[in-house]
Design a protein around this ligand. Structure first.
Ligand SMILES: [Zn+2]
Ligand SMILES: [Zn+2]
Length: 268
């Protein structure tokens, strides 16, 4: 506790009175500090905390992907090229592979993967938004391999994914009409590689996205809030952080009713 030192000589009478009040206030605050025995840290509401996502930035690694921290934001610039095989690569590409997934209704769409120029800026210290925003069509976040996440809708007015799902490749992604590859649900190439409980990427509000398993248990919608996340410790954030989970077979898969935090800028 800092001691408030008052120089009485140079003060006018009213200033002295003011100073006396101030010192009394300080004394009262001191008394309340020592008597309560509760530190500021202990009484902090976890949901009101400004988190720091620095620990997971080194996990991003993708073709034509750069991660740049600037003040309190992080910018991901990505060519959005998946690091895995797909029937959506041009057939002369080394990563081309005919569909070999398990969906017997698979029907390839007419698009093919092409290089993009997408920039997503997210807060380095995300916090809960006071008024929540819906996610838009197009990119809503970025996976650790530099491929963008899309929301649970196929088009305007919340069109269901039902038909689009049949065009998801063996790793559950597909390209839209401009060759922009994306995941609406679990990126199984990444969960196979890193584990079903791993950190998989970020949404544009800076909050992390984790796989469908936590502490050996598969997460369902009933474990999550309306935005498809919850607060709790993760391997990367042992003190706890708000995070989204991907549910493997349950709509809305990645995100629910919008961003928990305030989304940054997305350009493409
Ligand atoms: Zn899609
Ligand atoms: Zn969790």
């Amino acid at each position: 506790m800092t001691v408030l030192y008052i120089k009485p000589i140079i003060m006018k009478k009213y200033l002295n009175l003011k100073a006396l009040c101030l010192s009394l206030t300080v004394v009262i605050i001191c008394v309340s500090c020592s008597s309560s025995g509760v530190t500021e840290e202990e009484i902090t509401d976890p949901t009101a905390t400004n988190y720091d996502i620095t620990p997971i930035l080194s996990k991003f690694n993708g073709t034509g992907l750069t991660v740049t921290t600037n003040g309190n934001t992080v910018t991901f610039r990505t060519q959005n090229l998946p690091n895995h095989k797909s029937p959506y690569w041009p057939t002369n590409n080394a990563l081309y592979e005919a569909y070999n997934g398990t969906n017997t209704n698979f029907r390839i769409n007419p698009n093919s993967i092409s290089s993009q120029n997408i920039s997503i800026t997210v807060p380095l210290n995300p916090s809960e938004a006071t008024s929540k925003q819906a996610t838009g069509l197009g990119p809503i976040g970025i996976a650790v391999n530099g491929v963008v996440f899309y929301n649970q809708y196929a088009g305007p007015n919340n069109q269901a994914l039902t038909n689009e799902i049949n065009s998801f490749d063996q790793y559950l992604g597909h390209p839209q009409q401009f060759g922009q590859y994306h995941y609406h649900m679990e990126p199984t190439y990444l969960t196979n590689q890193f584990g079903s409980d791993a950190f998989l990427g970020l949404l544009a509000d800076g909050f992390p996205v984790y796989g469908p398993v936590e502490n050996g248990k598969t997460i369902t919608n009933s474990d999550l809030d309306a935005y498809h996340g919850h607060f709790g410790p993760t391997v990367d954030f042992p003190n706890g952080i708000y995070h989204y989970h991907i549910t493997p077979n349950e709509d809305p898969y990645i995100n629910g009713n919008g961003y928990f935090g305030t989304p940054g800028n997305i350009t493409q």
